[in-house]
Design a protein around this ligand. Structure first.
Ligand SMILES: NC(=O)c1ccc[n+]([C@@H]2O[C@H](COP(=O)([O-])OP(=O)(O)OC[C@H]3O[C@@H](n4cnc5c(N)ncnc54)[C@H](OP(=O)(O)O)[C@@H]3O)[C@@H](O)[C@H]2O)c1
Length: 334
């Protein structure tokens, strides 16, 4: 039987990240006690107001150090692993974080008898040309070997106020007259609101997911990269050229761009773009989707304008005409 939230301690690895803050907020609302395991607890103070005094507590942990992982899991009833990286730097390697780091979390959860929810990514595949996707697949395998009852959640691309997708491209569009469409921009995505992915994590903790199952999380729309760029540009009310770039050329450019401190693009990300990032037919058939978890996902149009307005020429002061002909500076869909 699932313990009532107040008595349940949940350790959230990666709780300081983009998805992490949505998960922490969702769990705090449900009344769980939350231990956020992060590399820099001193920088995670912004999580505190998401719960009541003492409900959310940050501790130091690094997935690459087993002892720190064990200390963070001790006494926890549930463990959630949201840790992921988009590019490799120093000792932060895909295998170290996504595969062996995920295994370290799972082994600790198993040792302390905690339930486990592990967040992976759509596209996780041991045969993928992308190292990111291969390491995510290895991580899933190692997690299930250590905790066969673990629930695995694979989101498509996540959107929300702090996302790195729409915010990044909108930021580039402010200065650049053109945006690249890698591989022609035909890759399909099924963007999902981070708040809905967080609800899926909560549903798994509440016992609404099947143990040992892998769920694929996608939003209500399947959209090509090109259409996502058009949607973003319409939202920020800017016109930009969309220039198709073949995969090979994008990969050559990415080999330079990856040298930036915060790479705009890496060759591995170009490889990832070769495959569609959508919920599979098998997941739909077998009921391994958001709908099966009782979640009706929000559409991009109902969320994205509420935070991308700052990239409009006049920001929050941009005048807009509503459907009933009123002039307004309100943000959000007209
Ligand atoms: N965002 C998306 O569109 C998307 C799509 C599909 C899947 N996902 C998956 O969803 C999960 C969450 O993604 P996100 O967008 O929230 O990522 P994020 O904002 O980059 O957050 C990642 C978190 O992992 C932590 N972390 C990184 N390396 C660590 C290490 N060695 N030890 C401990 N913590 C470490 C980071 O903390 P620090 O401050 O210490 O770096 C941060 O809290 C990831 O597994 C990601 O692969 C995301």
């Amino acid at each position: 039987m699932t313990a009532i939230p107040l008595e349940t301690l949940v350790t959230v690895f990666g709780g300081s990240g983009f998805l992490g803050r949505h998960v922490v907020r969702a769990l705090a609302r449900l009344g769980y006690r939350i231990r956020v395991a992060v590399r820099r607890p001193d920088l995670a103070g912004y999580l505190q107001p998401l719960g009541w005094v003492g409900q959310i507590h940050a501790v130091q942990a690094n997935l690459r150090y087993q002892a720190s992982v064990e200390a963070a899991v001790r006494d926890a009833d549930v463990v959630i692993n949201l840790v992921g990286i988009l590019f490799e730097r120093g000792r932060q390697r895909f295998d170290a974080v996504h595969a062996f780091g995920a295994e370290a979390v799972a082994l600790a959860a198993s040792a302390f008898g905690a339930r486990l929810v592990h967040v992976s990514a759509i596209g996780a595949d041991e045969c993928s040309p992308s190292h990111y996707a291969r390491s995510k697949a290895t991580g899933e395998k190692l997690v299930l070997a250590a905790v066969p009852s673990a629930v695995i959640l694979r989101p498509s691309i996540l959107f929300g106020p702090e996302d790195s997708f729409f915010n990044r491209f909108a930021s580039i569009a402010r200065f650049s007259p053109a945006l690249p469409l890698i591989g022609g921009g035909h890759t399909l995505f099924q963007p999902v609101f981070a708040g809905d992915a967080a609800q899926a994590v909560a549903a798994a903790i509440e016992g609404n997911a099947r143990e040992g199952e892998t769920y694929e999380l996608g939003g209500p729309q399947v959209t090509s990269f090109k259409d996502l760029m058009r949607f973003m540009l319409a939202t920020i009310e800017r016109r930009r050229l969309l220039i198709p770039i073949p995969f090979a050329l994008a990969k050559a450019q990415a080999s330079l761009l990856q040298l930036l401190p915060q790479p705009l693009l890496t060759p591995d990300q170009v490889e990832l773009l070769r495959g569609d990032n959508v919920v599979s037919e098998a997941a739909k058939r077998q009921g391994r989707t958001l709908a099966a978890l009782g979640i009706d996902p929000l559409a991009m149009a109902s969320v994205v304008p509420s935070y991308l307005w700052r990239f409009r020429k006049a920001g929050q002061f941009a005048q807009r005409t509503t459907d009933d002909g009123r002039q307004t500076t309100e943000n959000g869909p007209a």
